[in-house]
Write a protein that binds this ligand. Structure first.
Ligand code: ADP
Ligand code: MG
Ligand code: MG
Length: 909
């Protein structure tokens, strides 16, 4: 054990065109560290540094700070020596100090979720050394005040007290700006900056009771541990949950020599993307600020400028800035520093082709020298994801299979959301315009604080700017609107990652948090007022705007066609109405895998007949009521069969417990009694009689059809007659009649008898016939066990994985909420089994049912109709099991088609 821990390599160096790590080592070095190493190795100028591995983070969580520092000390000391050698300066030196940044970096990028400290190593002595060394007093003091600010916030816990408060350091700065009657932090004098340093340190002492640490090594270890701690901070935990990342991954720590974008007008810092992350358009784009450091661009401290001339012109048009003004105040990097731009443009091309994917990069220009500080696969909207994959395919960079694998199935969901109705938009009143940071249509009520995003059903989170603390609220809100910040601001980047509509940097907005008030061009809006955002144009619209369904067009349509080329499993839909059937068909559904007939009985005119049927004491009474229902059911089926013409439609016979259909309120009970000419007491008695202790295990499914065969008779008649009626009109229907909740073979045999007898009767009456089949759901564990016997009689199986999960795990779906969340939090379960199929457990029954069924009927058609049919990992499982199709709700059909194609591609690879 001892020797093992000694052998383990915990620190990896990079810089000076060399590196001990590479981009494949993301699990160990984190995404940022692995890519810093890779860039260094391929000759991109990266400030030298080293990465402490994610394993150390895990050690820190189990062994604690002291042991970890002990284990690391020597490695870190010699790594710092290596940086000193490259940079020609010395960590902790008063004359010629080496300053460093301490940066987090998990294996997947979690922008802003964890913490970074810049300019570490400064103290009252070394700041003077820095002044001398750089001959730039302003820069040195600016760096020092930034360091105290960041270290204070990240390591020493100097955060705002309440959400209405601003950051304690910001408050001090605002105060000084007021006093000095200036607006920008670039206007601070050297004296101001020195005062800020003094006041900041004073604030730290007052709040924490300790002096600000002066020893650089203390500063370093404090920052390293803070980065480890940030892995278990609220923000990071929420982010992990949102994306289902396990908590034991840990974060790496990157320690790197500082380069300075705040050294004057020949310096700057920026963020750029090799393609447009909002639309996917193949244009290099990004933002920068002159004389700025680190997060200044993202935090929206000043209005950022565009990297390219094209981008700058587009921006000016949206921001209503005249060309002369643009050139004077907001020139692009391409115009202002042509040689820097050229070099940067070269690196972005090199990096995109090196990684063959869209990159999101950070850079800093220090006194005319360009440094690249980060590259990663860029987060993008669903639309951009599709366009970029198709463009890479067309550019010959990737092949069809790779293009399909590049699409994240669940992210397609974004493309399936409603868009603004074009007619409604014409009439809309546009209040102001911001930047089209993340496309989409959002209508909602204004809220000003992220933790109030749930206050109304649909909210628009309206902020001056957002910060990583706001993540959860941003996820809940329908749209995000900010007054400050550009296309690379926190709000914009996070919104694109979530695929959430966002308009950023709308300068016309005046937001007053204290009074929960938004002022814009002479109008006032309060919390709860309705506004709408158009994330594709940046328009902010007063009130609500109507929406319409999206279409499978352009690249989205193309990628969907590709899925059909590779998938071997069909995708059907669960649809109970002709409207749903049509939507699903437009999305490429190849039939219906589940039509629930009970939903049809809840409509006003029908529920009455249904209740009469239930309340009838005799077979005759029941048949009478069923006769009333027959024409209604028949016309329902006609509508659905017509919408799905030429494709199979699986119709499930009545499934829910009858108790769900009877009235539970006195007034409706009275009404029913009058209608049926019976006493109220009789109605009440019947309702009480239908009450069950365990309705999910009670009188439902085929138990209804077996106790009241006349129900099955009526439903079969409705199905067969509907198909025959359509046949007369030349429309082909292929009904598959499905018996629910079968547990014993005889239950199925009995129902099948009723169905075939009824169908034969109808065929005789009509002197005509159609093809139909009779199968069953496999949703009771016993049915999976008996599948070989059942398959002797059934034409098809459809796994009802909702009930199957419920009964296999013994979790009532209606009550599981009480413990499932706790189970997920504690890690007792890693996923909600009602969302993601429990492949390990329930999956065994699915496999067994399929195999046993096909052992007696080799060509048995098998599908799935539970919620899982539209969940990508479950779809992959269904493919492996050898199912013929999955069936899911209409809006998940494209997702399932893609998941099915990916499963087929992965299985062949
Ligand atoms: P995040 O993961 O939130 O992006 P980063 O670690 O990338 O955090 O750092 C935050 C900011 O500080 C970025 O703008 C980055 O470019 C900048 N930065 C980090 N390290 C250095 C450095 N050594 N020199 C200059 N700027 C740096
Ligand atoms: Mg970064
Ligand atoms: Mg069921």
């Amino acid at each position: 054990m001892e020797t093992l821990t000694e052998i383990k390599k915990r620190v990896f160096l990079f810089g000076d065109k060399k590196a001990e790590g590479n981009s494949k080592m993301k699990n160990l070095l984190g995404g940022k560290g692995a890519n810093l190493a890779e860039m260094s190795a391929i000759g991109i100028p990266v400030p030298p540094g080293f990465t402490i591995t994610t394993e150390v983070c895990t050690e820190y969580n189990t062994l604690g700070k002291d042991i970890v520092i002990d284990q690391l000390k020597e490695d870190v000391q010699s790594a710092i020596k290596a940086i000193e050698k490259t940079m020609g300066s010395k960590f902790g030196d008063a004359e010629n100090p080496l300053l460093i940044s301490v940066r987090s970096g998990a294996r997947v990028s979690m922008p802003g979720m964890m913490d970074t400290v810049l300019n570490l190593g400064l103290n009252d002595e070394s700041v003077l050394g820095l002044v001398k060394k750089t001959d730039n007093e302003r820069f040195a003091w600016d760096s020092y005040r930034r360091f105290i600010q960041m270290y204070g916030g990240v390591v020493l816990g100097m955060k705002p007290h309440t959400k209405e408060d601003i950051d304690p350091f910001e408050e001090i700065m605002e105060h000084l700006k007021d006093k000095r009657k200036i607006e920008l932090d670039t206007e601070f004098t050297i004296q101001d900056l020195q005062d800020l340093v003094y006041d900041f340190k004073d604030a730290v002492k007052k709040r924490t009771g300790h002096d600000f640490p002066t020893d650089p090594w203390d500063q370093l270890w404090g920052a390293v541990m803070a980065v480890f701690d940030s892995w278990n901070g609220d923000r990071a935990i929420y982010y992990r949950k949102m994306h289902n990342y396990p908590s034991d991954w840990g974060t790496a720590v990157n320690v790197q020599a500082m380069v300075y974008g705040n050294m004057g007008t020949n310096s700057g810092t920026g963020v750029c993307f090799t393609r447009d992350a909002a639309t996917g358009e193949n244009v290099f784009n990004g933002e920068y600020l002159i004389n700025a450091q680190g997060e200044d661009v993202v935090a929206g401290v000043r209005t950022p400028q565009q990297i390219t001339k094209l981008g700058s012109e587009r921006w000016a048009k949206l921001a209503k800035v005249e060309e002369a003004d643009r050139i004077e105040k907001y020139p692009s990097l391409e115009e202002l520093m042509p040689s820097m731009y050229k070099e940067l443009n070269g690196y972005q091309q090199k990096l995109e082709s090196h990684y063959s994917d869209m990159q999101d990069m950070e850079f800093t220009i220090q006194d005319g020298k360009l440094w690249i500080l980060q590259t990663r696969t860029g987060k993008r909207t669903g639309a951009a994801m599709v366009k970029i994959a198709m463009d890479f395919l067309k550019e010959g960079i990737i092949d069809e299979k790779e293009a399909l694998l590049r699409i994240e199935p669940n992210k397609l969901d974004e493309l399936l959301h409603p868009v603004f109705d074009t007619n409604a938009l014409k009439k809309a009143h546009v209040l102001a315009q911001g930047l089209p940071a993340s496309p989409g249509a959002a209508t909602g009520q204004i809220v000003f604080f992220a933790d109030e995003a749930k206050k109304f059903k649909n909210t628009i989170l309206t902020r001056i700017e957002t910060s990583p603390e706001d993540l959860e609220g941003m996820n809940i809100a329908k749209g995000i609107l900010t007054a400050r910040g550009g296309m690379t601001s926190h709000a914009a980047v996070v919104a694109r990652g979530m695929g959430k509509c966002c308009v950023s940097g709308a300068g016309a907005l005046k937001i007053d948090y204290k009074n929960r008030l938004l002022r814009v061009n002479g109008k006032e809006f309060h919390e709860g007022d309705w506004i709408s955002l158009n994330g594709s144009t940046g328009n902010i619209i007063e009130g609500k705007v109507a929406t319409m369904e999206p279409e499978l067009s352009g690249e989205f349509g193309e990628i969907m066609e590709l899925t059909d080329k590779y998938r071997t499993m069909d995708v059907r839909t669960n649809a109970d109405t002709p409207k749903d059937a049509r939507i699903a068909r437009n999305f490429g559904a190849k039939g219906i895998g589940l039509t629930r007939t009970e939903h049809m009985f809840f409509e006003v005119d029908r529920i009455k007949a249904m209740r009469e049927m239930i309340l009838a004491d005799t077979v005759k009474g029941r048949k009478h009521a069923l006769e009333e229902l027959l024409p209604m059911q028949r016309s329902d089926f006609e509508g659905i069969f017509e919408a799905m013409q030429g494709l199979p439609v699986t119709v499930r016979l009545l499934d829910p417990p009858l108790h769900e259909f009877v009235p539970h309120q006195l007034a409706t009970q009275k009404e029913l009694a009058e209608d049926m000419h019976i006493s109220l007491a009789a109605v009440k008695n019947k309702v009480a009689e239908l009450e069950e202790f365990n309705p999910m295990l009670g009188h439902r499914g085929c138990r209804l059809g077996n106790t009241y065969p006349e129900i099955t008779e009526m439903q079969t008649r409705a199905i067969i007659e509907a198909a025959l009626n359509l046949k007369e009109k030349g429309i082909l229907a292929f009904p598959e009649i499905m018996v629910p909740l079968v547990g014993t073979t005889n239950e199925f045999i009995e129902q099948k008898k009723v169905i075939t007898a009824t169908a034969d009767t109808v065929f005789k009456e009509r002197n005509d016939s159609i093809d139909y089949s009779v199968g069953t759901m496999i949703e009771i564990p016993r049915a999976a066990l008996m599948a070989d016997k059942i398959a002797e009689h059934a034409d098809f199986f459809s796994f009802g994985t909702n009930d199957l999960t419920q009964m296999t795990m013994g979790y009532s779906r209606d009550d599981a909420g009480k413990f499932l969340n706790v189970y997920l939090e504690k890690g007792i379960l890693t996923q909600d089994p009602f969302e993601v199929l429990d492949q390990e457990g329930v999956g065994q029954l699915v496999e067994m049912g399929t195999q046993r069924g096909r052992s007696t009927k080799p060509n048995l058609k098998v599908g799935i109709c539970g919620e899982h049919g539209g969940e990508p990992s479950s779809v992959e499982f269904c493919h492996k099991t050898g199912m013929n199709y999955v069936s899911c709700s209409p809006f998940r059909v494209p997702i399932a088609r893609l998941a099915a194609a990916q499963a087929a591609i992965k299985a062949k690879a």
